[in-house]
Design a protein around this ligand. Structure first.
Ligand code: R5P
Length: 314
């Protein structure tokens, strides 16, 4: 039927795709992804999508490069199957940290991904909590960026007493996002001065703007990759007299030995979203996961009906 919604999942996060479909009361469109012996990928959509409003759900998680290529192949296939509009639903945007030319002769890879998505035939992008909002400007097509801060804050309010808490940005770059938490939770802020000296993912906390002595603390960051930033911040806060140390982050990349680092750290709990699946072997018992499926489903519904997506944040 023309103009109906089709939800199609890539292989990166089928559980989230199913949850979104459940929230919308829809079934996922039947499709298949074949990997040949030569590592080439074949995607086939097994239902008619002619004139449909198609949402392709593919987050970024290992194997990252395969996930990107899968998404491009899916979009290309759907374009040639005469979909009316194709929205790439990318809860965690790949290469979001490669958003600037901060040293000579490197690629601004987030912009390259934007170009590739447009070339493949994406008409829109729906994403969430970008590492830096300017990534939206890399596109000529519309990009809706969702903010899961309210969901995470609601979880924090239910899960723990926050009266004596100071919110702590894991680094200066996170200070802007911290404002959203501070506004919503009505709590004071502090900022860690974090330095990285090379690409070894070794983060060093060298200072703190604010006072945490005798206070509970909640470290906020946009993502946990190697866990270096979080653990450096937690150790530093402990050295400055912080009592309880908790953390919240949007995207649980959990690469390398992040789980072991978290398990051995003074952090009590870490609240994250399910923008990225966490395999059992990388999942610390300290991690609490808040689902973004409802938020994404509402945004998909709003895009389909042409109503305001920003109204979802109010
Ligand atoms: C950096 O600018 C980000 O906001 C995060 O602090 C960073 O991506 C976390 O990475 P890791 O866990 O490897 O320290």
């Amino acid at each position: 039927m023309a103009n109906d919604i089709k939800l199609i999942s890539g292989t990166s996060h089928p559980d989230l795709a199913q949850e979104i479909a459940d929230c919308l009361g829809l079934s996922l469109t039947q499709s298949e992804m074949v990997r040949f012996g030569n590592e080439n990928i074949l995607f086939q959509c097994n239902e008619n999508v002619r004139e449909s409003d198609v949402f392709v759900i593919q987050t970024s998680c290992p194997p990252v490069s395969d996930g990107i290529l899968e998404l491009l192949i899916m979009i290309d296939a759907l374009k040639h199957a005469s979909a009316r509009r194709i929205t790439a639903v990318m809860p965690y945007f790949p290469y979001a940290r490669s958003d600037k030319k901060d040293r000579p002769r490197i690629s601004i890879t987030a912009r390259l991904i934007a170009d590739l998505l447009e070339t493949a035939g994406a008409d829109r992008v729906l994403t969430m909590n970008l590492h830096s909002p300017q990534v939206q400007g890399f596109f000529r097509i519309p990009v809706d960026q969702l903010d899961a801060t309210p969901l995470v804050c609601d979880h924090l309010l239910d899960a723990m007493p926050l009266e004596n808490t100071v919110l702590v940005a894991g680094d200066v770059g996170e200070a802007k996002d911290l404002e959203h938490y501070a506004h919503r939770l009505n709590l004071p802020m502090a900022i860690i001065d974090k330095r990285r000296h090379d690409d070894s993912e070794q983060a060093v906390a060298v200072g703190l703007i604010g006072d945490v002595d005798g206070r509970d603390t909640l470290i906020v960051d946009d993502e946990i990759a190697s866990g270096g930033t979080l653990i450096a911040a937690a150790d530093y806060l402990q050295s400055q007299g912080a009592k309880r140390i908790e953390a919240a982050a949007m995207h649980p990349v959990m690469s390398g030995n992040a789980k072991a680092k978290l398990d051995g750290s003074p952090i009590g709990r870490v609240v994250v979203t399910n923008s990225i699946p966490i395999p059992a072997e990388r999942r610390s018992s300290k991690v609490e996961v808040v689902s973004i499926a409802g938020l994404l489903a509402n945004a998909i519904g709003a895009i389909h009906s042409g109503s305001s997506v920003s109204a979802l944040f109010r």
